[in-house]
Design a binder for this molecule. Structure first.
Ligand SMILES: C[S@@+](CC[C@H](N)C(=O)[O-])C[C@H]1O[C@@H](n2cnc3c(N)ncnc32)[C@H](O)[C@@H]1O
Length: 412
């Protein structure tokens, strides 16, 4: 997918107008106050994560900081999973109406992101949103921002909001949502026995609230801890859903004794395999995207004042479905996902790639560069790629002069 540029700046205007009553550029001292609130919130999301109070967004200053600084980048992260879903030949998003549930909506970040994604299309569906959150103030913000953005972008959409604590399984609604989105929430749920409880909540959501051909999209921060926890949840979901759906029936050995009453869960993307996550084998590994992004001017100014950096979109994500659709239906089971930056050292280029049960280093010596394998130079994190005549040396794959490299870009 190409880099995303914040749209000229409908969004920033809407956000500034909402927070300050005017789309005029923010100047000192307001800018400095905003920057210090952004720094405080960023600290809570990183170093202070362990002690993040449940209702941190009840603080109006932190809510404003979230809206002006975190919302504009988080909003575009939903584009990638939506893009990958729309690539599938079964066209799971091609409907006249899409019912979308946004859980832990905050100020409606992904509601705006989904509207932005579909309004770029020739015949967008009607978007019927339900946004739920534990904090009433967030839902008020979500409602107001939805109205402002909808008027400016001319999206066909409706929004219902509701207060809900998703940690209480009794509150999970019944429904037939086409898309359930859990964006930057999972890591805030439960502190004791968190993985098992998150798995249970997601199983309940997918079995009770998602349509049979629906998708559950999870987005998490690209931090080592939150990303690995998401992968553990992924594996927990696969394990508990194994014996119902055909594509998961070839159970790996350590997935014995699945509970037969559980709903089946398959990974649509980013994984091209529906097996235990190989990144969990080495405690140093985790898995995340890093997409180019040009931030709007206000974020650049806040970055200058705080020393933070939001110059690309970094996040971990997971698209889960109850049927057996998978991105590998398009790209083939032999494909790999590039899961690292290029590792360039004297005389060689290397990457980590993930597919077919392993996450492994792949190396090409400069002396082996040929026209057949020159696409190797162009690989980036997140690309899907396949090879011909690749040699497997156990610890690593090695490209030879005769290795063919076929880049399958998500937007090709
Ligand atoms: C980091 S914000 C994410 C907001 C938005 N989804 C995004 O991606 O920008 C997490 C949100 O989850 C909400 N939240 C936290 N725990 C919750 C719970 N148990 N039930 C419902 N919402 C919760 C918080 O109030 C907050 O709005």
């Amino acid at each position: 997918m190409k880099g995303i540029n914040a749209d000229k700046n409908i969004l920033e205007d809407v956000l500034l107008e909402y927070i300050y009553g005017s789309p005029a550029r923010l100047k000192p001292p307001g800018l400095n106050i905003m920057a210090s609130n952004v720094a405080r919130l960023s600290g809570l999301f990183t170093k202070g994560r362990e002690s993040l109070p449940k209702s941190y967004l009840k603080d109006k200053n932190l809510r404003s900081a979230y809206i002006l600084y975190f919302l504009p980048s988080n909003l575009y992260k939903i584009h990638l999973p939506l893009k990958e879903l729309s690539l599938h030949p079964e066209k799971p998003l091609l409907k006249e109406r899409l019912k979308i549930l946004d859980i832990g909506s905050g100020p409606g970040t992904v509601v705006l992101g989904v509207m932005d994604f579909f309004t770029r299309q020739a015949s967008p569906p009607f978007l019927e949103f339900t946004a739920v959150d534990a904090v009433e103030g967030n839902l008020r913000d979500a409602g107001e921002l939805f109205k402002l953005y909808k008027d400016k972008s001319m999206a066909s959409a409706s929004l219902k909001t509701g207060r809900l604590n998703i940690e209480n399984p009794e509150t999970i609604p019944e429904g037939h949502f086409d898309i359930i989105i859990v964006s930057n929430l999972l890591n805030e749920l439960f502190y004791d026995d968190a993985i098992a409880k998150r798995v249970d909540i997601l199983i309940k959501l997918m079995s009770q609230t998602m349509s049979e051909d629906g998708s559950c999209i999870i987005i998490e921060p690209a931090l080592w801890e939150t990303s690995r926890e998401m992968l553990e949840v992924r594996d927990g979901l696969l394990k508990q859903g194994l014996n119902i759906y055909p594509h998961t029936q070839k159970a790996p050995n350590h997935y014995k004794n699945p509970s037969p009453s559980r709903v089946g869960v398959g990974v649509y993307s980013p994984c091209l395999i529906c097996e235990p996550c190989p990144a969990l084998i080495n405690p140093k590994d985790w898995c995340h995207e890093d997409m180019p992004w040009t931030p709007p001017p206000l974020i650049k100014e806040i970055d200058k004042l705080t020393g933070l950096r939001k110059d690309s979109l970094k996040f971990s994500y997971l698209v889960l479905r109850k049927d057996n659709l998978s991105l590998s239906d398009i790209y083939g089971k032999e494909s790999f996902r590039v899961v690292s930056e290029p590792l360039i050292s004297k005389g060689k280029i290397e990457f980590y790639i993930c597919g077919k049960g392993e996450r492994k280093l792949i190396t090409r010596l400069d002396k082996d560069k040929t026209t057949l394998n020159k696409a190797f130079n162009e690989l980036n994190r997140g690309n899907v790629v396949c090879f011909e005549h690749l040699s497997d040396e156990g610890k690593r794959f090695r490209l030879g002069k005769d290795t063919g490299v076929f880049l399958k870009k998500p937007d090709s």
